[in-house]
Design a protein around this ligand. Structure first.
Ligand code: FAD
Length: 341
């Protein structure tokens, strides 16, 4: 037993380095990969290890510059036409091969559709676990392991999870939980080009078409301005007031869970613990009470503006600016005034 434990410890010692998957679409890095580089830098420094970005795509070497600027020491680059669009089989093979070859100790991916598809598959193939949908990262003082924090039991408690027995320690992290680091383009690093090992017969899924279901109005994670409506909008047709203000400001439309549950907006607009985590420059909360589960998804917004007819609504405790009034009267006035600018 002692021998077994020694072998396991020695095996774990081979794993070094913090990795971040830099997800890209059409050759553009998704924000979450850059946010995770900022946080990965802190983990790497605390562990005394290197930070590496993993870039997979077709003709995407230019993204390495961005990765270095955001804190990476090196980049693992896998390129080929088979990676032009995200493909479950191709990306899983490439990422699994990278981990088995270079043995990182920590791997972070964004909790996006692609990251949620890729992370668990790769974790399973390399024989480790994965903490999904994290909202916090740190180092556990006692063990020196990464402490992954995520909502559990339907969001009623926050669980902190450690991965003591297997390597790498892997997790997906929600977009916008961390701020994107200020890029320093004077930073450089090493690019390790890794040849593609994917064979045509490995690809079992074929991309037939890309259909845009999400317009700018529901791209909440990337939006700089979000106008959100809650139950206080009183009826589904009143949501047009929220949409009009968002349109005038070039922002996205959010919703509380009450509004989503009522069928006033589709679930992809939901902000909060069981919806999206957002971090815009300005967040308008219109007819939203400010329940803790809603705040969990938007309280890191730079400026919060709340409109609510109840002066004691909890949303005013987190708001930078508050308007006590009826949203159905206040929103048209705001929209009209912003239209003039
Ligand atoms: P309400 O709480 O009903 O508030 C409506 C507000 O509108 C009130 O403050 C009222 O004063 C105001 N109002 C009414 N009429 C007007 C008017 N004409 N003009 C101005 N103001 C008006 N919620 C989320 O939003 N996101 C989540 O991800 C989420 N996840 C959850 C997870 C769990 C496990 C649980 C238990 C709950 C979750 N919830 C979530 C639900 C959350 O607890 C609240 O129930 C929800 O946020 C309430 O939405 P609301 O503020 O729109 O509605």
């Amino acid at each position: 037993r002692e021998e077994e434990e020694k072998t396991a410890a020695a095996d774990k010692d081979q794993y070094k380095g913090v990795w971040v998957f830099i997800e890209q679409v059409g050759g553009q890095a998704r924000g979450v990969g850059l946010e995770l580089l900022g946080e990965g830098r802190k983990l790497a420094d605390a562990l005394g290890q290197e930070l590496a970005g993993v870039i997979i795509g077709d003709k995407v070497e230019h993204l390495a510059k961005e990765a270095f600027a955001c804190g990476a020491d090196k980049v693992y680059l896998v390129e080929g036409p088979e990676y032009k669009h995200y493909n479950t089989d191709a990306y899983t093979i490439a990422f699994t091969d990278l981990i088995q070859t270079y043995k990182p100790s920590v791997v972070l991916l964004g909790a996006t559709n692609d990251g949620r598809d890729l992370g668990p598959r790769v974790a399973c193939r390399v024989g480790t676990g994965l903490t999904a949908d994290c909202t916090g990262l740190g180092i556990d003082e006692q063990t020196g392991l990464v402490a992954w924090t995520r909502p559990a039991f339907g969001g009623n408690i926050m669980a902190t999870i450690l991965c003591p027995d297997h390597r790498p320690q892997m997790g997906t992290v929600r977009p916008k939980v961390f701020k994107r680091p200020v890029p320093d383009y004077s930073r450089t690093g090493e690019i390790i080009r890794v040849p593609s090992k994917v064979k045509p017969e490995d690809i079992r899924t074929k991309l037939i078409d890309i259909i845009q279901v999400c317009t700018a109005s529901c791209n909440l994670e990337e939006a700089e301005i979000i106008v959100s409506g809650g139950r206080g909008m009183c009826a589904p047709e009143n949501f047009r007031l929220v949409e009009e203000l968002a349109e005038v400001l070039g922002g996205a439309v959010g919703a509380s869970r009450a509004a989503v549950d009522a069928g006033w907006k589709p679930a992809l607009h939901q902000v909060g613990q069981t919806g999206k985590t957002v971090g815009p420059k300005i967040y308008f909360a219109c007819g939203i009470s400010g329940a803790i589960q809603h705040l969990a998804g938007m309280s890191s917004s730079d400026v919060i503006i709340a409109i609510n007819k109840d002066p004691d609504a909890p949303i005013f405790k987190v708001a930078d600016f508050g308007i006590v009034g009826d949203v159905l009267e206040v929103l048209p006035i705001l929209t009209e005034e912003f239209r003039k600018i």
